[in-house]
Design a protein around this ligand. Sequence first.
Ligand SMILES: C[S@@+](CC[C@H](N)C(=O)[O-])C[C@H]1O[C@@H](n2cnc3c(N)ncnc32)[C@H](O)[C@@H]1O
Length: 255
Amino acid sequence: MTTGTSHTWDANLYATHAAFVPALGAPVLELLAPQPGERILDLGCGDGVLTAKLVAAGATVVGIDPDKAMVAAALEKGIDARLGDARQLGFDQEFDAVFSNAALHWVGAPALVTAGVARALKPGGRYVGEFGGHGNIAAIRVALRAVLAARGYRTDPQETSYYPTAEGFRAVLEAGGFQIESCAIIPRPTPIPSGMTAWLNTFRGGFIDSAGVPPAKRAQVIEDVRALLRPVLADEGGNWIADYVRIRFAATLSA
Ligand SMILES: C[S@@+](CC[C@H](N)C(=O)[O-])C[C@H]1O[C@@H](n2cnc3c(N)ncnc32)[C@H](O)[C@@H]1O
């Protein structure tokens, strides 16, 4: 399935190497404070691990995601997960809240997404989420581009993910009819328990493929990126800590 950044997800790789993503969603879940009986839409629900926590709080939740493998994994957990694209939301004043964790940077098209969220919400509804903010994984992105360029592969001169500043995202939300409750950049150095090779395979496979790297050459590209990053992102004990930067927000649809 093609997303804003042409990445196809492997639900097993995600469960094995990216379990830290939903696990680190606890603060944004707290900010949402889901209430029993509320109807909530989860944008980019992935394999549904975090969505299940909204359900456990007593909410009625619909998850959407364009990736078939992720939707299948969420359905297996009993989530009402549907194939869908956050850029093409067809809901009409149905939800008390729209939630999203670690997905909006993959989606892009922020004005389009915000307009669809506004249509999906009941008047006064909440839009709460967290995703990659300005400067997110900057070292990894630079190292990957440097290795691809040195080996003669294509790299899009534009950033392919959406990593806004707090000011930039506030402006998008306000233009979409939202009142901002909070919106801030949060640097979050993030331990990568499975290491950088697994991280790059899980999260940057699509980017590497789209640069024209043949499957047989992928491991060497990843090894070069890992070697460049090691002195910067591995700690004294050789444990990887990635330079994540998040943007976390809560907004209310103006009446
Ligand atoms: C890192 S995962 C996060 C999943 C989940 N929210 C979590 O916290 O574990 C990013 C998800 O965004 C989804 N995604 C990518 N493009 C999307 C789009 N256009 N609309 C909705 N979801 C999208 C991906 O398919 C993927 O499942």
